[in-house]
Design a binder for this molecule. Sequence first.
Ligand SMILES: [Zn+2]
Length: 108
Amino acid sequence: MGTKQYLIAEIEICNTCEGKGIVYADIWKEFTDFSNQIDKSLSRKEQEKEQENWWNERGYSGWSGNCSSFNLPPEEEGCWNCEGEGKITRQVDLETVLKEILPKLQKS
Ligand SMILES: [Zn+2]
């Protein structure tokens, strides 16, 4: 008889996306930071031009002063940490888990 190993699933809510499975895209975070730095004394049209240039520099055209342009990358993307699952599942050896849990149970 070989040595048996029992595995148990350890499920942890992803702390990158807090279980949502999606994260706000980095490029949009950068864009928001950039937009906050634009000189507010410029006219609305000039501000939008600055924003348009910012996107153009990154290879995206079609900024029109709002977020609805479909030429821009999506604002949200699947979480890289949990691959969109919202949780991370690991296989852990049962013995390891019992050693961790049993002392706690005996105390209570
Ligand atoms: Zn995640």
